[in-house]
Design a protein around this ligand. Structure first.
Ligand SMILES: C[S@@+](CC[C@H](N)C(=O)[O-])C[C@H]1O[C@@H](n2cnc3c(N)ncnc32)[C@H](O)[C@@H]1O
Length: 295
């Protein structure tokens, strides 16, 4: 059987993948991104014994390879991430956002945080390390870090908490590597004290969401960029419905609520800006649930 090649994608197959991915994840693949589909799917087709990407897609269409549908969608997600990505958001968390939330929640001693597109886990683990490192007072609090993503295989990697040398070289200060990781062969395993502080689970931002307790802090970083305007609007509005009135929403560097949802106000902290529901907006109504994870 000839191996699947990166040049085997017809216009009809490209169109099929674009519609499938849009339907299942709302991720928009642009008309000029045929190369991206080819590179992402060629390896999967070859590994699974298909003669070409076309044959894999034909099997999904006629039902004989239906089990690969989810994997095709997941293969088209971009999982680029790194520890302490972009630096300034974490500076804002350390200097302003977490101290402010701790003041406001001092009577309940509880913080609920959601990393809403967590990829392979560097983002929620960075947050857990930051809390551990700089806010020892939180050790007596209930701190829940929920981390979700669409891609199940990616979440398995996140849950394992095992990272390559290249991954830990990107953004992770040496002191934190030494303190919170152990070297296992060529890889680095995050210690249980950090790993167990994060609860990973699958969640598609464009489907129904499970009930979260009202959220104090939401990280929705570097994922809105993949959606069209109407999906961005819907997600931002839904986020406002699950967060505390005085909570914070953190977006990626190329993302904004501007022209998408007027219900947020921009809050600037040095070189970073995040968002907060405007006063007068309704508070989150989700019922409290879940047992908390202690940091
Ligand atoms: C570029 S990564 C961002 C990771 C991290 N937030 C960061 O900023 O480093 C985008 C993530 O969004 C996830 N994603 C894409 N579409 C999604 C959807 N509809 N629902 C949930 N997650 C989605 C992808 O699987 C991917 O892991």
């Amino acid at each position: 059987m000839p191996a699947a090649t990166a040049t085997s994608l017809s216009a009809a197959d490209f169109d099929f993948v674009r519609r499938l991915v849009l339907d299942k994840s709302s991720i928009v693949i642009n008309p000029d991104q045929s190369y991206l589909v080819e590179t992402r799917l060629a390896g999967m087709a070859r590994r699974e014994g298909f003669a070409s990407i076309g044959q894999l897609l034909a099997g999904i269409r006629d039902g004989t390879a239906r089990q690969f549908q989810v994997r095709v969608v997941e293969a088209m997600t971009t999982n680029e991430t790194s520890f302490f990505r972009d630096h300034h958001p974490y500076e804002a968390l350390r200097e302003h956002i977490i101290p402010d939330l701790m003041r406001k929640r001092a009577s309940v001693r509880k913080l609920t945080i959601w990393c809403a597109a967590c990829s392979t886990g560097q983002e929620p683990y960075s947050l857990a390390m930051l809390l551990r490192q700089h806010f020892p007072a939180l050790s007596g609090w209930q701190v829940d870090i929920h981390a979700t993503d669409l891609a199940v295989e990616i979440l398995d990697r996140a849950r394992r908490g095992r990272f390559s040398q290249l991954e830990v070289n990107r953004g992770l200060p040496a002191a934190l590597l030494v303190k919170y990781f152990t070297k296992e062969g060529a890889e680095w395993q995050i210690k249980d004290e950090i790993r167990s502080a994060v609860r990973f689970e699958p969640l598609n931002l464009t489907s129904s969401w499970r009930a979260f307790p009202p959220l104090d802090l939401i990280l929705l970083r570097n994922v809105l960029i993949y959606f069209d305007v109407s999906v961005k609007k819907q997600i931002l509005t839904r986020m406002r419905g699950v967060m505390q009135r005085d909570g914070y929403l953190m977006l990626g560097g190329a993302e904004t609520t501007f022209n998408l949802d007027d219900g947020y106000e921009r809050v600037e902290f040095g070189r970073y800006a995040c968002y907060r529901p405007r006063s007068g907006q309704p508070a989150a109504t989700s019922p409290p649930n879940q047992v908390g994870v202690r940091l």
